[in-house]
Design a protein around this ligand. Sequence first.
Ligand code: TYD
Ligand code: MG
Length: 467
Amino acid sequence: MAKTDPSFVCQNCGAAYNRWQGKCEACGEWNTLAEENAGGSAAVPTSLRPRRKGRTFALETLTGDTHDAPRTASGMSEFDRVTGGGFVRGSVLLLGGDPGIGKSTLLVQAASLMARLKHRTVYISGEEAVAQVRLRAERLGLANAPVQLAAETSVEDIIATLSQGARPSLVVIDSIQTMWTDTVDSAPGTVTQVRASAQALIRFAKTSGATLILVGHVTKDGQIAGPRVVEHMVDAVLSFEGEGSQQFRILRAVKNRFGPTDEIGVFEMTGLGLREVPNPSELFLSERDLGTPGTAVFAGIEGTRPVLVELQALVAPTSLGTPRRAVVGWDPARLSMVLAVLEAHCGVKLSGHDVYLNVAGGLRIQEPAADLAAAAALVSSLANAPLPADGVYFGEVSLSGAIRPVAQMSARLKEAAKLGFKRAILPELTRGDGAGDAGLTLNAVGALAELVAEIAAKGRGKREKIA
Ligand code: TYD
Ligand code: MG
C-alpha cells in the first residue's frame, strides 16, 4: 500500500505529523495539532500521477527593460511611508494586528482614497456583510468613493470575478483566515486552507499586476495566526499596533521586499476613522507631566524620522519575595540590563523595589539609544527627584556602565530644539557628529554613574522632607 501523507498539522507553525500528539515538536506549542485531510492530488500515490513533461521557458538577463517596480501612491502619506513610497504593482502585503485595532478601518480608508484617484479598487470582506462595511464607510464619510465591494469567501469565485473587466489596482481581502478554496478539503481557517487560498490569490496578483492586501489575524502572543509560511509567501508584512486604551495606532513594516522595514506610520483613531499624524512628537508629548519624578523625554529615531517620546518609570518598595519588573513598550531584557548596570556600577540598589516602565502613547521603542532615558527615569523615580523639564535624553548604556554614542545625533537634537527643549543629556561627542549646531545646551555624560550622582544630589533634600 502506498504511504499516505501525514494528516495532523500544527495550526501554529504548519508542521505536519502522521499521528496526533499533544505538543508540536517544531514550535513547542501545546494542543495545536489538528487533523486535516490532505485531499486533492496529494492523496494519489506519486507513482500513479500522470507524468508531465517539463515545458521550456525563456531565460532572461538581469539588465533589459524590466519595468522598474512602478508604484501607485495610496493617497495616505503615512501608509506610503511604511510601504516605501506606494503600492508596487503585483505585490502582496499581509496586514496583521489585534482584533479591533482598526485594520478594516485603515483598509476601507486606503481603498476609498485609491478609488477616488480613479484606480479600480476591490474590497472583499469575509467577515462582515456588505451592509456593515457600507455603514462604516458612511460613518467615515467615504460612502461615495467608487470602491467595488463584496462579501465573499470562495477563492475561486473571487478570482473569477476579479479577472473580469479592467485590471484592479488594489484588492483587499479581509481576512485570509476566512477564505477557502475547493482544491483542499480542510475547514476554512486551518493552515492548509489558509496556505492554499493565499497561494491562489498571490498567483492572481502576480499574473494580473494588481496589488493585493491580505488581512491576517493575530494570536494572543502577537504572531500572525495560521501558517508562518504565508509570511514567507508575501512581499511585505505590515503590523498595525497600539494599546487598546490609547487612540494612537502605529503601522510598522516587519518585512518589506520593496522598501525599508524601520519606518513607522502614525495614526490616531477618532470618531471619524483614522487620522494621519504627520508630526508624532507633538502627540507623544502632549500629555507630558512636566517635572514629575520618574519622567524622562527620549529623543528617538523611527526609520528616518526623529520622534520624541516620554518614558515613565515608577520604582516602589516591594512587598513580594521576587520584585516585579513590568514594562510596556520596551524590551524587558533591555530593562533588566539597565537595572543590572545601575546595581553593579552605580550603587543603586533596586532588588527590594518593584519597577514599572512605560512608554507613553503606545509606541514601542526598539532602539538601544533609549537606555539612558530609561535609566534617568528610573533613578529619578527612586530618588524622587524630577528631571529638568526642558531636557531630552539619549545614549546607549554598555555593560561597563559607559555611555556609548548613537546614530543620527544631529537629527535628534534638531527635533528637540524644534519642540522647544533647551538641553540634551547625551553621550560624549566624538569629532564629526556635527551635533553642536542645534542651539541646545549639550550635557555630555561619559558614564552612567555621573548621571546617577547628579540626579541623586538633587533628590536628597526632598527625600528627607518626605521621611
Ligand atoms: P476595525 O477596523 O473593525 O478593527 P479590525 O478590523 O482590526 O478588527 O476597528 C474597530 C474599532 O475601531 C472599534 O473598536 C471601533 C473603532 N472605530 C473608531 O473608533 N472610529 C471609527 O470611525 C471606526 C470606523 C472604528
Ligand atoms: Mg476587521
